[in-house]
Design a protein around this ligand. Structure first.
Ligand code: HEM
Ligand SMILES: *[C@@H]1O[C@H](CO)[C@@H](O)[C@H](O)[C@H]1NC(C)=O
Ligand SMILES: *[C@@H]1O[C@H](CO)[C@@H](O)[C@H](O)[C@H]1NC(C)=O
Ligand SMILES: *[C@@H]1O[C@H](CO)[C@@H](O)[C@H](O)[C@H]1NC(C)=O
Ligand SMILES: *[C@@H]1O[C@H](CO)[C@@H](O)[C@H](O)[C@H]1NC(C)=O
Ligand SMILES: *[C@@H]1O[C@H](CO)[C@@H](O)[C@H](O)[C@H]1NC(C)=O
Ligand SMILES: *[C@@H]1O[C@H](CO)[C@@H](O)[C@H](O)[C@H]1NC(C)=O
Ligand SMILES: *[C@@H]1O[C@H](CO)[C@@H](O)[C@H](O)[C@H]1NC(C)=O
Ligand SMILES: *[C@@H]1O[C@H](CO)[C@@H](O)[C@H](O)[C@H]1NC(C)=O
Ligand SMILES: *[C@@H]1O[C@H](CO)[C@@H](O)[C@H](O)[C@H]1NC(C)=O
Length: 239
């Protein structure tokens, strides 16, 4: 989209240089930076509350590849950036980040990195969705490199099983509790798990470890052949 020239891309070079090791709470001494993000996040939530989980996930996708450097936002002319990798397919919220960054640029041009915007927006998304509030350490620098191949290598496969996912979490010092908590809001595409409903071992079977009542409910929502259907993570029917 030609109109969508990300400020985040244009401003990479004007950012303050600081190493990852020295991230601090309130790196931006003027509390207005984080206030502006929260203000805009409230407006964004009012328009589309489903963007809240999407923005938390965007931060995660950014961080798992090359660290939290906003590389997930970079566009490529030849289809080789992180956002071009197959696991990106369900990423949303790029326009929301752009909108927040635009607001910050009006007030304090060239100061707040896009990587920090992603981190602060993710925190606000959790808080505004009635999750906990927490301090975010800031001072990240934006990267200049974004690679689809690296994204493929570093991002967990959407259909990974629980042991595989927990292993990947452990590599980042994250726990099973983190995994569950982070997936208590938002949606999943049926295509991310429909093999467990319809074709678990390639013989038209169902994953035997899946609660059958829950599986029946999911099958009603996830019709074969429809790749666009999404279901709530927090499925009331199985609470
Ligand atoms: C091993 C690591 C992970 C795996 C395998 C995984 C897997 C998934 C899958 C399959 C979906 C559904 C995507 C779709 O079909 O639309 C999803 C969504 C989501 N994930 Fe994860 N995830 C992982 C790590 C994380 C982390 C670290 C976070 C948060 C920091 C996170 C937050 C979310 C959120 C909020 C959604 C909902 C997105 C939306 O509603 O648009 N995930 N995840
Ligand atoms: C895509 O563009 C990047 C940056 O210009 C370049 O490094 C890379 O080799 C290109 N890849 C392909 C497959 O053309
Ligand atoms: C994700 O990657 C696909 C190609 O695999 C591309 O067509 C699509 O535009 C990308 N999505 C986003 C949000 O960048
Ligand atoms: C990105 O490129 C700019 C301009 O070329 C440079 O000043 C900056 O140090 C680079 N950043 C990183 C993280 O390599
Ligand atoms: C989970 O997936 C991994 C990688 O595909 C595989 O090696 C492992 O056996 C699977 N574990 C279970 C419990 O299915
Ligand atoms: C995880 O924790 C260990 C021990 O505290 C530390 O050495 C390691 O650097 C941490 N890894 C990550 C990815 O933060
Ligand atoms: C089930 O999986 C097998 C093996 O991957 C595949 O050959 C078959 O076409 C699949 N069936 C359906 C209905 O998708
Ligand atoms: C759904 O996705 C599958 C696998 O990627 C593809 O073969 C099929 O053509 C898609 N169906 C539709 C209706 O887009
Ligand atoms: C897929 O399902 C959605 C509802 O989840 C429906 O709105 C849409 O029309 C369906 N698409 C197709 C191709 O059946
Ligand atoms: C499956 O889930 C239903 C609904 O929560 C519950 O009543 C039932 O006991 C569960 N079945 C098994 C086998 O765990």
């Amino acid at each position: 989209m030609a109109v969508n020239i990300f400020f985040c891309v244009a401003l990479i070079s004007s950012l303050i240089i600081i190493s990852n090791a020295s991230l601090v709470v309130n790196f931006y001494k003027d509390p207005k930076a984080e206030e502006l993000v929260r203000e805009e996040m409230i407006a964004i939530q009012n328009e589309d509350p489903t963007l809240m989980p999407a923005l938390l996930r965007l931060h995660f996708h950014d961080c798992f590849v090359r660290g939290c450097d906003a590389s997930v936002l970079l566009n490529s002319w030849n289809g080789t950036a992180e956002k071009d990798a197959p696991p990106n397919l369900s990423l949303r919220g790029f326009n929301a980040i752009e909108r927040i960054k635009t607001k910050l640029e009006k007030s304090c041009r060239g100061i707040v990195s896009c990587a920090d915007v992603l981190a602060i927006a993710a925190r606000d998304a959790v808080y505004l969705s009635h999750g906990p509030d927490y301090d975010v350490r800031t001072g990240r620098r934006d990267g200049n490199t974004s690679s689809a191949a690296e994204a493929l290598l570093n991002l967990p496969p959407a259909n990974g099983n629980i042991s595989e996912s927990l292993e990947l979490y452990a590599e980042k010092n994250l726990t099973a509790k983190d995994l569950v908590a982070q997936h208590t809001f938002g949606v999943a595409h049926c295509t991310s798990f429909s093999d467990r409903l319809y074709n678990f071992t390639g013989k038209g079977d169902q994953d035997p470890s899946l609660n059958s009542t829950y599986a029946e409910k999911l099958k009603q929502e996830c019709l074969i052949g429809n790749n666009t259907t999404v279901v709530e993570m927090n499925n009331q029917a199985c609470l």
